[in-house]
Design a protein around this ligand. Structure first.
Ligand SMILES: [Zn+2]
Length: 405
């Protein structure tokens, strides 16, 4: 996917995430405050999010049903195209002819369903949140308690491209005892009698504990480990297929070899205390080669706790700020782990429900009450408090201000 399309997809994904966002976008469109270019991006995003023309059309219709008086005509896609915006990165929505009509009802598809419709355990919707160290650590503890010492009767690869190794063969795992489940970075590490299995959930990967083990192959299934009384199913929400697993010889590192130190290590403490990394701390914390296990969610909370600007570089920090940063990393991850340890079972569709500031832009800062702000990037967004972190300065959020003025 081109970066333009990816950007649009993310804008779209964010726009559809909640009803309030949906209303906001509708209102902005209705008010005519969106120029052709952002509108075009918006609909490209819609198409990318819904993955096909029918779904995009359905939402186009919904838009006009709710706003029949909108000054944009139902053929506004063509108007936008004529308005001379840049070439569309994706075929489809704007290239349909007038003889093609949109479906009246949302197509009831069994495949390629958009991420927003997929429901997880207890009906919680998958929210596109990447599990980070606290989620994965607590999950590994639950899996260790549930499966540690049990014998794997059978391994069922359910999506072959997710298996990243060819030797040892996955079927050599059949009959082996799972001695322990641990974590390194964001990887689950399953130690077997004569092998080691790694699982990386990436963004959409989640885990079900099945009692008893099922034999079905639900949409998004990645791999199932069948035990005598239960099963461990790795599955993946969303449309991307990034969840992966590796079968390694005992002790073999595989992708773990590329990981930086754990956040609670002396090596990481030394890096924060003495490092001259010129990158932004936010970027550095999310780089798995630099430190393993932290992602976009907890890095927002860490910087908020440390009262550091999302734009601060490690090299620019005073000794005091470095200590504050280090303490914040430990505290925020430890608090996250405490919350995660309250869960039972596998890993549900919706995680990230206990963040302090991440994803909470527009709500009051829990420390000072100022409105939390955000800066949007291609692959993520950063939430911060201007009062606590940037000396009152509002950081430019160019992309969002172009979409919604
Ligand atoms: Zn604040």
């Amino acid at each position: 996917m081109s970066s333009e399309a990816e950007r649009a997809r993310l804008v779209g994904a964010r726009a559809w995430r909640g009803e309030s966002e949906w209303r906001l976008v509708l209102r902005r469109l209705h008010d005519g405050q969106v120029r052709a270019d952002p509108l075009h991006r918006f609909w490209v995003g819609v198409q990318a999010v819904f993955n096909d023309l029918d779904r995009a059309c359905y939402f186009e219709r919904r838009f006009f049903n709710e706003h029949p008086s909108n000054h944009l005509s139902p053929s506004f896609g063509d108007n936008i195209r004529r308005a001379g915006s840049s070439p569309l990165p994706l075929p489809g929505l704007f290239s349909r002819t007038s003889s093609e009509s949109c479906s009246e009802k949302l197509p009831n598809r069994t495949s390629h369903a958009p991420l927003f419709e997929q429901s997880g355990r207890n009906g919680h919707r998958y929210d596109g949140v990447v599990p980070e160290l606290p989620e994965m650590q607590a999950l590994s503890e639950r899996l260790d308690a549930a499966f540690g010492g049990a014998r794997i009767e059978r391994v069922m690869p359910l999506q072959f491209s997710a298996l990243k190794t060819v030797a040892p063969m996955y079927d050599t795992l059949n009959g082996q005892r799972l001695t322990s489940v641990g974590r390194r970075g964001k990887f689950l590490v399953m130690e077997l009698e004569r092998a080691r299995v790694l699982v990386h959930l990436s963004q959409g990967g989640r885990i079900d504990i099945e009692k008893p083990s099922k034999t079905t192959r639900a949409k998004g299934s990645v791999v199932r480990f069948v035990f005598a009384k239960s099963g461990l199913l790795v599955k993946e929400f969303g449309t991307e297929r990034k969840a992966a697993w590796w079968v390694l010889a005992p002790g073999e590192e595989g992708p773990l070899a590329a990981l930086g130190p754990e956040p609670d290590s002396k090596e990481f403490a030394d890096l924060i205390r003495t490092g001259a990394d010129a990158r932004r701390v936010h970027t550095m914390l999310r780089d798995q080669h630099t430190v393993a296990g932290i992602g976009r969610g907890y890095s927002d909370d860490i910087l908020h706790r440390a009262r550091l600007s999302p734009y601060a570089s490690l090299a620019s920090l005073s000794e005091e700020q470095r200590e504050m940063l280090l303490a914040s990393v430990q505290e925020v991850l430890a608090e996250g782990l405490l919350e995660e340890r309250k869960r039972t079972g596998g890993l549900p569709a919706k995680v990230g429900d206990h963040w302090i500031v991440h994803g909470k832009y527009g709500t009051p800062c829990p420390r000072c009450g100022a409105d939390l702000r955000r800066v949007s990037y291609e692959s993520h967004e950063v939430t911060y408090c201007p009062e606590c972190q940037t000396g009152g300065k509002i950081l430019a959020d160019r992309r969002m201000s172009r979409l919604i003025k």
